[in-house]
Design a protein around this ligand. Sequence first.
Ligand code: SF4
Length: 478
Amino acid sequence: MKVMLVNPPRVNRMSVIREERCEIIERNSVLQPYSLLQIASILRNRGHKVDLIDANGENIDYPTLEKILSGKDYEALIFRFTPTTFDEDMKVTAISKKYSKATTIGICYTLGEFAKIVLDNAKYLDVYLRHEYEVVTPDLVDKLSNNGDLSDVAGIGYRCDGEIKVNKNAKPIENYDDLPLPAYDLLKSFDYYYVSTKHGQPFTIMYTSKGCPYSCIFCTVANTKWKARSAENIIQELRHLKKIYNIKTITFFDETFTVDRKRVEKITNAIINEKLKIKWYCNSRVDLLDKVLLEKMKQSGCRAISLGIESGSQNILTGANKKASVEIAAEAIKMIKEVGIKVNCSFIFGLPGENWETVNDTIKFVSKTLPNGAQFNVAAPYPGTKLYNIALENGWMTKQIDFRNMYQHVSVMRTDELSPNELEISRKRAYKLLYFNPRWWIQNIRYVIKNPDDFILASNYSIKILTNFIINKMNYSH
Ligand code: SF4
């Protein structure tokens, strides 16, 4: 079958990340459509013919995309969309239907529980691929190219005789190592892609594992099977990236990179032994790091670790089922900085129990621990999360929620004591206090003095912080 993969254009001239749990507008980063590259590779291995247009990466607008698509011959069009860019992203289906009879297939992780609503709201979307794209896509495309009967394709919602049908969930992939290397060759250039600044190119994101065994009430990934690639398999991809693209920087996009300590040791040892010379970044948890491991990570090129701290109040953490303590969080930040790795922390205002006292606990925590970077969000009650049900039961949502409004800077829910507006004020106050904290600037300047190769990254980042703060009011900026 001839398959066209499309990463839709940017929205309001801002880049969009359309990757599993991370489906957001992000003005400061342009990422490879990694999951589409994986799909391309899986489908090619099964004999399908695949083409890719990364409109977001190449900054192709809709009129240009229409010109390109009108001249292409394909039988299925697969694209990713996000909740907040839904109406924009769906323009891809309207364009496709104008010129082609191809089946339109949209992928979005966050709205997986809302398949019927998604299809109701997207009249040119034929199939919503809502679950485990690694497993569902090959099954779906094979079925489309045989008899077109989709009734037993797990993990989709679709239209059939004027009705919307939602099939059961798909099983997670059994062996993540079975996936072929992503079809990087379909990207026109690596020059388009970066996080925060173009310093450090060639750059890519990469998954080494997916899912998370923890059960934080706000998280769309909570309670999902942790599926990991072996260290050998990861190194194979790193070697390929080094050899063919001379890759210099990698963000491991896993929810929690350090779930398996031994695996991280093997990866770091291999990076060191094979002299791959990459700078890399990852996400972790405060209780899944120790000094010895951090030193090894640093030695192999780890430059920054992102931690979801969420709150400086133990009551909030306990209520959110974070299964972490404020003390351990503070200790982890200290330890990471001592090793010489930067630590970026994210916080959420508006989890159950939030009030002015807990907001102040978080602000004090940030001022005390001084992470190198911080991201402050308001709680977004994503469908399928426990927080969504709690917010509904307690009447905390401002109205029956429209998934298009699920931003991390605009609050759609309140807590018992704070209004959505007060939560947004808390978020901005936290940014303001951090950015006007001279100790924070001194600490980060000291880091740059010790690590001069970080100078361009740090100075570009500082300019972006100030621009975001003054002009963009910290909207769409992480
Ligand atoms: S540890 Fe992180 S990825 Fe896992 S459920 Fe909690 S917030 Fe989600």
